[in-house]
Design a protein around this ligand. Sequence first.
Ligand SMILES: NC(=O)c1ccc[n+]([C@@H]2O[C@H](COP(=O)([O-])OP(=O)(O)OC[C@H]3O[C@@H](n4cnc5c(N)ncnc54)[C@H](OP(=O)(O)O)[C@@H]3O)[C@@H](O)[C@H]2O)c1
Length: 254
Amino acid sequence: MKLTIIGNGNMALALIAGLYKKYELEVVGRDMNKLKAISDTYENITITQITHDFDINGKNIILCVKPYSLQAVKKNLSGVANTLFSILAGTTIATLKDAIASQSYIRVMPNISAIYGSSMTTLTGDLNAKDLSIDIFDSVGNTLWLDSENELDIATAIAGSGPAYLALIAEAMADGGVKAGLKRADSKAIVAGLFGGFGDLIKHIEPSNIKEQVMSPSGTTACGVASLEEANIRSAFIKAVESAYHRALELGKK
Ligand SMILES: NC(=O)c1ccc[n+]([C@@H]2O[C@H](COP(=O)([O-])OP(=O)(O)OC[C@H]3O[C@@H](n4cnc5c(N)ncnc54)[C@H](OP(=O)(O)O)[C@@H]3O)[C@@H](O)[C@H]2O)c1
């Protein structure tokens, strides 16, 4: 099956890294040099510079531009797509329908881990394209179908933005190691190993159980956890998800 990706930025590149193994890809963008860099990296990818009347008729399109670029992109498209998969944060199916004609519409929220085939991708939209969309995005990691766009906006605030939150934690923990006296390279390697292992742990064990298993009476972890609680870490994360969700809603209104 052929997929047409519109946009060639960070997220498009992350998706291409997984999708090209299973699908015939056409990547459409405005900058021929950036497009050429993609076709030089991956065999069998067609590149097209977007011009007026780019024909999307019958195509399965993955739209990978910023929400504010939708109006500019729509001017260059003609025809009716088969399915429009949009990864645009906050942009509703109603807005997509106004902009781009398609038989079916799916909103998709992958994350940057797609580049290593381990995205946590949520999806919602027309049920007739549900199986197809799960099949496509399973090739870049895990998928979860959600029942509403509102839930997808909340998921955006967790899994779409989440790599940035976790990157902050990783950076701060490495800094903590350096402050306590570790060499930076060692501290970073330890944090990277921690995150890798934690991915397996969290798939099988509830977070509260993990904490209880590690936290022994009057131990090192108990002291560390108490410091995090003093800094209101839980409240900070709840607020982070809430404000990212509100931002997704705002983007949807534009
Ligand atoms: N980054 C993430 O972690 C992430 C996660 C989930 C969802 N998303 C969503 O993914 C979308 C893209 O984000 P990104 O981080 O990949 O952004 P990005 O790196 O800025 O990429 C945007 C791409 O859109 C292209 N573009 C802009 N206007 C265009 C036009 N008129 N015609 C054709 N192409 C056009 C840009 O082309 P040029 O290269 O020529 O500038 C660029 O390749 C956003 O809607 C965001 O909400 C991002």
